[in-house]
Design a protein around this ligand. Structure first.
Ligand code: URA
Length: 219
């Protein structure tokens, strides 16, 4: 029925985000976030990590199985691809700050895969519910360039009309009132796309080429 609100409309992390908090207080508060139901089945919140003075902030989709277990972003197979690509493009991974648009692992089980937790993309509402954490991180890190890793991160930073295939590898101005507060946004593919591709080398090469746009933008 038009105009009827579903319970998902009420999802938001906003009441859990402390005002004026530094990064460590933010991380502690995020550990107790119940802004949407995703926290229920996960091991823990996976908050951002890395250099608080980073010029480059990378935003992924959501933690995966390994990240959920270890409590750190991009420590699994996609993170290894990303670190290699950053390094090859001329960006020191240790000088970046890395986080996800959604801070809890969303997964499902399929009978033929036993106990394995299978990644499920977050809904737009879950993405928007988690937005206050990403905005708070962006406000504190104040990066010069934000790298959107894949479609979900792009939508979180640039809105739901974002299309990674059309906009990857370009420099986009984040709206001053948007989540990136006017920082330059460079979208690229999600590094897990390399792992899924038939032609891994070509797809990996595209990721490195997009990351070189970041290096050029930094000057
Ligand atoms: N994929 C993501 O988007 N983020 C992670 O932290 C790991 C895999």
């Amino acid at each position: 029925m038009a105009g009827t609100k579903s319970p998902e409309d009420a999802y938001t992390a906003a009441p859990f985000v402390p005002e004026g908090a530094d990064l460590s207080a933010l991380r502690d508060a995020a550990a107790g976030c119940h802004g949407c139901p995703l926290h229920r089945d996960t091991t823990q919140t996976v908050f951002g990590a890395g250099d608080p003075d980073a010029r480059v902030m990378l935003v992924g989709e959501q933690p995966g199985d390994q990240e959920d277990r270890q409590g750190k972003p991009f420590v699994g197979p996609a993170g290894k691809v990303l670190d290699r690509a950053l390094d090859e493009a001329g960006i020191d991974p240790d000088e970046t700050y890395i986080t996800n648009a959604v801070k809890h692992f969303k997964f499902t089980h399929v009978p033929e895969r036993g106990k394995r937790r299978i990644h499920k993309p977050p809904s737009l509402r879950e993405l928007s519910a988690c937005g206050p954490w990403l905005e708070a991180e962006l406000e504190l890190i104040e990066p010069e360039v934000v790298v959107a890793l894949g479609a979900t991160a792009g939508k979180a930073l640039l809105g739901s009309s974002f299309r990674v295939t059309k906009q990857r590898g370009t420099r986009l101005e984040g709206a001053p009132s948007g989540p990136a507060h006017g920082a330059l946004i460079v979208p690229t593919i999600h590094p897990s796309a390399v792992l899924r591709a038939d032609d891994r080398e070509a797809v990996y090469g595209g990721l490195v080429a997009d990351l070189r746009v970041v290096v050029e933008a930094l000057g």
